[in-house]
Design a protein around this ligand. Structure first.
Ligand SMILES: Cc1ncc(C[n+]2csc(CCOP(=O)(O)OP(=O)(O)O)c2C)c(N)n1
Length: 397
């Protein structure tokens, strides 16, 4: 390149010493780690889970898929307003969450419902969250898919993109200062790596060796923006280099590979060796949420090859090759899961349609402020005068 436009005094380093981006370099430096081959066989050295545990996690993946399918239908029927699922990303969600200890805190994005359930959130409570009804643990004050489950150390996401990244770093830092043994794990999409909380969170965590595992679900799309318009980096994992931390790239549709990589990252964090940026390469099979239509921006041919890489299919092949699951058992398991969801729906529909009005202000502050008490009295008076005031969307028109 000609450089006569460069003006000013000579720099200590000659520009020719500067390093250009070498195409292909980081794809080699961060190879995609896979354990289960497409035919269902696995690298015998890397079978990290006993069959019973692998089967248990397979069941969770099947439940997660069935739940997503059912909730999408519910939204289409107008029974819930909105849903974000993880179809195709189940191995990433459940493989990472299962690899953490129970004492660890999970700072999810909005697709990690499987992790909330794995942490003990009852299915009926999850469904109530989507209805925003009287059984909703969030008391109807959050958007759907912003569930939290405190007993399982599963926090609620704040809606602005990537804010959970710096929250997870802060939570883990606080634990470290208090001498508590816990590692935080947080999830985000590749689109979120363009947001400033991603950079703040990773930078701080690396500098202070904060015990946190950063999981990027690289699912190819940030609503309608494809990965290649989101970042010019070849991989997400390589971004770890700039912050001075470990980065790893793993096949996000391979539950065993995801599990093994997360175990490694957790062990390093717990040993004081600092954070890891884990890139799980997967694909978003459905739309971003029930509010968008991917046909408007994504040709169907792009999705087809990924459907063949389905993480549930892969795990099923693996388990049946090992003799841990046969067709009849699989069919029974699927029926059982569907029945479980049906039951949860029935229970959720038995709750009152709305949380009581006073929960609008309950536990916002330890003691309600006088302003809140006044507002509550005003609302109660308005509802007493006209019950329709309890539902601002109600109209006689
Ligand atoms: C600051 C901010 N800008 C925009 C949005 C709207 N929004 C919600 S999710 C999303 C895309 C996120 O994509 P990605 O991080 O790749 O995660 P994915 O949904 O693919 O899992 C956008 C733009 C938002 N929530 N916050």
């Amino acid at each position: 390149m000609r450089r006569e436009h460069v003006v000013g005094p000579p720099t200590r380093h000659h520009p020719r010493e500067a390093r250009d981006y070498e195409p292909g370099r980081f794809l080699k430096e961060f190879p995609l780690h896979t354990v289960i081959r497409e035919d269902g066989t696995a690298d015998p050295d890397e079978v990290v889970l006993p069959d019973a545990e692998a089967l248990r996690l397979y069941r969770w993946m099947v439940l997660n898929r069935a739940l997503d399918e059912r909730m999408i239908t519910l939204q289409r029927q107008g029974r819930i307003g909105f849903y974000i699922g993880s179809i195709g990303e189940e191995a990433t969600v459940l493989g990472t969450a299962a690899a953490m200890d129970e004492r660890d805190w999970i700072y999810p994005c909005y697709r990690e419902h499987g992790a909330a359930l794995l942490r003990g959130m009852p299915l009926v409570t999850f469904v109530c969250d989507l209805f925003g009804n009287g059984g909703d643990a969030m008391k109807g004050r959050q958007m759907p898919c912003h569930e939290a489950w405190r007993p399982g150390r599963f926090t609620s996401i704040s809606s602005p993109i990537a804010t959970q990244v710096s929250q997870a770093m802060g939570g883990a830092w606080a634990a470290k200062l208090k001498g508590e043994e816990m590692v935080a794990i947080t999830y985000f999409g590749e689109g979120a790596t363009s947001a400033h909380d991603f950079h703040t969170g990773l930078n701080f965590a690396a500098v202070r060796k904060i015990p946190v595992v950063f999981v990027c679900r690289n699912n190819g799309w940030a609503i309608s923006v494809p990965r290649e318009r989101q970042t010019a980096s070849e991989t997400i994992a390589q971004k770890a280099i700039a912050y001075g931390m470990r980065g790893e790239r793993v096949d996000g549709n391979d539950l065993l590979a995801v599990y093994a990589a997360t175990r490694r990252a957790r062990a390093r964090a717990a040993a004081g060796e600092g954070p890891t940026l884990l890139e799980c390469v997967t694909y978003r099979i459905e739309g971003h949420s029930t509010s968008d239509d991917p046909r408007a921006y994504r040709p169907a041919e792009l999705v087809e090859p990924w459907k063949r890489k389905d993480p549930i299919l892969r795990m099923r092949r693996y388990l049946s090759k090992r003799g841990a699951l046969d067709e009849a058992q699989d069919a029974a398991l699927r029926d059982e899961v569907r029945e479980q969801i049906q039951q949860a729906l029935k229970e959720a529909e038995a709750f009152p349609a709305k949380p009581p009005i006073e929960t609008l202000f309950a536990d916002v502050y330890e003691e309600p402020l006088w302003q809140q008490r006044e507002q509550l009295a005003e609302i109660e008076a308005a509802v007493a005068a006209d019950p329709r005031a309890a539902n601002p969307r109600h109209s006689d028109a």
